[in-house]
Design a binder for this molecule. Structure first.
Ligand code: GBH
Length: 476
């Protein structure tokens, strides 16, 4: 059953991080200020604005490059323990491929990190949240293994510059999205590699890049900086449509392995999941490829990737049902055909302005239990979870219902299921540039007025709710 009882007795443990999350391109603005180099998102939004719902871009966004002090005050007002940011690679290393450091960009992050610490708020820092330096676009972005060493250099640079004050690092945000949407949905990247191949080349390179960053931290910085480092994966929970039907159970698991296991297994176990290796090999053979479209790791590479996590970061928004369906016929290769299975939502679940987000708190609880059981109870940090409005309303009772139920599911997972969840970061502290949805979807606890040059922030009703959570450390 999926009973969802609320208990006001339950408290978030003292060391549990209650926080909020942001990302550089979505909030900073100042896209060509103070020496920042261009990223694939600048180019994409400028050249292909028809693909952005409202034709907008992140040139100004929330203007947080200038309004960072106010952002920290908002975080302080919310009473959060942690504030997740991402670094803009091209603000620090404008070209991406040279050692030249852009000091004003470094100064910006120093000011922000220091201000957070002065206010007793822990900065949680993501190295890469999709804004690849433009230079790499023509190289094929992450489908090109040459990017790995440049990322490693960037990671080392960031640890050296900020690691004396950062205790929680995230290498990559949602590699699946980077790879599966790179042909247009996630920035301007040119690649001739066809779908069905590119997703796997990209995943392969990202796993190696993550592992390099981890080992650099481990070898060169951990002893003095004493932090933790891992990756953030998105997790769409897929519940078997009929859990007493073994075919549905298998189909649901297969979808989870193609979405999540493809990254989690090499890092938390060893190599890609067997079902992914087998299915891509089998379909590649039927498609007449000389070898599997899924690249192979050498033994040395498998060992280098294995264990590169101090915790696991999870972004969670979506629960779907999964059921078995006939093997898709052989046609143009695509990772979705390799994954097969059929996924669907329940029209009775309460939704929000983002069509893909429904309020299904038991999905979070089930996925947390699944991680515990599948990967020997790792430390988990929920690095994003959130709800969207479409309009300018400040009375956001839906968001309050959403946060309350997902925070409660998190508590149930900790207290009843013994899952080792160490934090929950709400997406997001304020409305921001929602990628291809532009400013049409508003995920903020704070409303931002994007027609006002001052980008005025106004607390929504949910700010009061969240303050009560951080004050009482209960779901209220
Ligand atoms: C996260 O992933 C991101 O990390 C964050 O930056 C983002 O703001 C947040 O979620 C809220 O969306 O209409 O075809 O684009 C987002 C991944 C992107 C997956 C939108 C679902 C909807 C399908 N999501 N996508 S589409």
């Amino acid at each position: 059953g999926y009973e969802h009882t609320f208990s006001l007795e339950w408290k978030f443990p003292n060391d549990f991080k209650l926080g909020v999350a942001t990302a550089s391109y979505q909030i900073e603005g100042a896209w060509n200020t103070d020496g920042r180099g261009a990223s694939i998102w600048d180019t994409f939004t400028h050249n292909r604005s028809v693909l952005i719902k409202d034709g907008s871009n992140g040139d100004v966004a929330c203007n947080s490059y200038y309004k960072w002090e106010e952002d920290v005050e908002m975080a302080k007002n919310l009473g959060v323990d942690s504030y997740r940011i991402s670094l803009s690679w091209s603000r620090i290393l404008p070209d991406g491929t040279t050692r030249k450091i852009n000091q004003p960009g470094v100064d910006f992050y120093n000011r922000l990190i220091n201000k957070l610490l002065e206010n007793d708020i822990e900065p949680i820092v993501t190295l890469y949240h999709w804004d690849l330096p433009q230079k790499f676009s023509a190289w094929g972005g992450w489908t090109n293994p040459a990017v790995i060493n440049y990322f490693a250099h960037y990671a080392r640079t960031a640890f050296g510059l900020f690691g004396d004050r950062v205790r929680t690092w995230i290498t990559l945000n949602e590699p699946r999205l980077i790879c599966q949407a790179y042909k247009g949905l996630v920035g301007d990247v040119t690649s001739d590699f066809p779908l069905g191949t590119s997703e796997y080349m990209c995943a392969h390179n990202l796993l190696k890049a993550h592992a390099e960053a981890y080992h650099i931290y481990d070898k060169e910085f951990r002893r003095t900086q004493k932090g933790k480092i891992s990756i953030t994966l998105d997790f769409t929970w897929t519940e078997p449509a009929n859990s007493s039907n073994p075919d549905d159970v298998r189909a649901a698991n297969q979808n989870i392995q193609f979405d999540f296991g493809i990254y989690a297994n090499p890092i938390m176990k060893f190599d890609y999941p067997k079902v992914v290796i087998d299915r891509v090999a089998q379909r590649s053979r039927l498609e007449n490829f000389p070898e599997s479209r899924l690249p192979k790791f050498t033994l040395a590479e498998k060992l280098r990737i294995k264990g590169t996590y101090d915790y696991i970061g999870i972004n969670h928004y979506i629960t779907l049902y999964g059921r078995s369906s006939p093997e898709p016929p052989i046609s143009d290769p695509h990772i979705d055909l390799d994954a097969a299975g059929e996924r669907f939502s329940n029209p009775n679940w309460e939704g929000c302005a983002a069509y893909w987000i429904k309020i299904v708190p038991w999905g979070l609880r089930n996925l947390l239990k699944w991680i515990k059981n599948t990967y020997r109870n790792p430390e988990i940090l929920i690095t994003e979870n959130g709800y969207a409005n479409a309009g300018d309303e400040l009375e956001d009772d839906g968001r309050i219902r959403y946060y309350r139920s997902y925070l409660n599911a998190t508590l149930q997972a900790i207290l009843e299921d013994g899952v080792n969840v160490k934090g929950y970061l709400a997406w997001s502290i304020m409305d921001n540039f929602e990628w291809t949805h532009g400013y049409t979807l508003k995920f903020g606890l704070y409303h931002v007025n994007f027609t006002d040059p001052n980008r005025t922030r106004t607390p929504r009703k949910s700010v009061e709710y969240f303050k009560n959570v951080t004050r009482t450390r209960t779901v209220g």
